[in-house]
Design a protein around this ligand. Structure first.
Ligand code: PLP
Length: 374
């Protein structure tokens, strides 16, 4: 049997990893500034993380949501403390798309309404509801397209209010910073306005922090730069440093009803021990602060070049937008300089390194990047 060939892959077989470094099967060392789509938050193979997972698997590796799992409560407690959302509740699932599905479903239960507003260039995942919330017709199938979703321009409060005023909108969903759509930052005034409009019209404000969350931008969640609170926050990717895990934070205004949401694997023992280890390491090593400082340093060191149109992002979520295609630059970084970077579209290099990236490692990238540009 062959694999269903849907992924564009780096032509590298990793066999070992540590911190921001990866080694392949030929012994070549790479600097990882992509973290496998932003899933490596505390660094590869962190000893505390490996210990937490191995200790756990030696006790009880997996059990479904049919018994009390104290690790879920421990995670909820820690997460409430570090995120500033102590009075919210936590529902655990397995991925970013599933988190967004659950968020929109919950908003729909809560309001009794069935339409959602999302934004141009959004990406919310690949499951039926999540892909319908995503502004990319190429990945929406006829089955997905039956969901009632309206796309507004990022920044257009008037357009959003026009849609909300019809009274049938359950939820407005927005990324803390748009990732796959090209590192687009909603302004603080837009987020503040959006929050006010949602309150005024009785719609639920969902902040998708799957990519921009958990310290990546230098605050725990990217929307906290705007000083607003969301009704539901969705999470995934780095929350368990690569172990599949997702979740949503839910405002106290929502009432839990038995059976309303559910999953077999969500919140399992291994995912929980991984997620708790991530928060412990993030706190101990001050990784949110590190993301802010190293991110700012990295952005400031990007050389000016006529081909670079814009450099934007926050913390360690950075987009380098070119006015030319970046395929050859990305290939050269990977094959000549042995540095993993990501892309957004055809003109943007997207950097999503582990949050433990050091200034020296950022400097290593800058030197290599200058040589590639030259
Ligand atoms: N939301 C955002 C903002 C994302 O960037 C992604 C993945 O890239 C998702 C949701 C979907 O997450 P997953 O691939 O874990 O389903």
């Amino acid at each position: 049997m062959e694999l269903f060939d849907v992924y564009s892959l780096f032509d590298v077989i990793p066999v070992k990893a540590s911190g921001c470094r990866i080694w392949d099967d030929k012994g070549t060392e790479y600097l990882d500034l992509y973290g496998g789509h932003a899933v490596i938050s505390i660094g590869h193979s962190h000893p505390a993380y490996i210990k937490a997972l191995t200790d756990q698997i030696n006790k009880i590796g997996f059990y479904s949501n049919s018994v009390v799992n104290p690790l879920q409560q421990e995670l909820a407690h820690k997460l409430g403390e570090v995120s500033g959302y102590e009075d919210y509740s936590l529902f655990l699932d397995n991925s970013g798309a599933e988190s967004n599905e659950n968020a929109v479903k919950l908003a729909s239960f809560h309001t009794g309404k069935d339409r959602a507003i999302a934004f141009r260039k959004s990406f919310h995942g690949r499951t039926s509801g999540a892909v319908a919330l995503t502004d990319n017709p190429a990945i929406v199938s006829p089955f997905n397209s039956h969901h009632k979703v309206t796309f507004c321009e990022l920044g257009d409060l008037e357009g959003v209010e026009k849609e909300l005023s019809t009274g049938d909108v359950a939820a407005v969903i927005i990324e803390g910073i748009q990732g796959c759509g090209g590192i687009n930052l909603p302004s603080s005034s837009f987020l503040t306005g959006l929050s006010g409009l949602c309150r005024k019209h009785g719609a639920v404000l969902i902040l998708d922090e799957v990519q921009s969350g958990y310290g990546r931008t230098g605050k725990f969640f990217a929307h906290q730069w705007a000083g607003i609170k969301a009704d539901i926050i969705t999470m995934g990717k780095g929350i368990a440093n690569g172990f599949p895990c997702g979740g949503i934070l839910i405002s106290p205004e929502f009432k839990a009803v038995k059976g309303m949401l559910g999953t077999t694997f969500g919140g399992n023992y291994l995912a929980m021990s991984a997620a708790i280890a991530v928060l412990d390491v993030m706190e101990k090593e001050k990784l949110v602060q590190n993301a802010a400082e190293v991110g700012e340093y990295l952005q400031a060191c990007i050389p000016s070049d006529p081909r670079i149109k814009d450099v934007r992002g926050r913390g360690l979520m950075i987009g380098l937008e070119f006015n030319v295609g970046i395929a050859s630059i990305g290939n050269s970084l990977l094959h000549d300089k042995h540095i993993f970077t990501g892309v957004a579209g055809k003109n943007m290099i997207r950097l999503l390194p582990p949050l433990c990236l050091s200034k020296a490692e950022a400097g290593e990238f800058i030197s290599a990047f200058k040589e590639v540009l030259a």
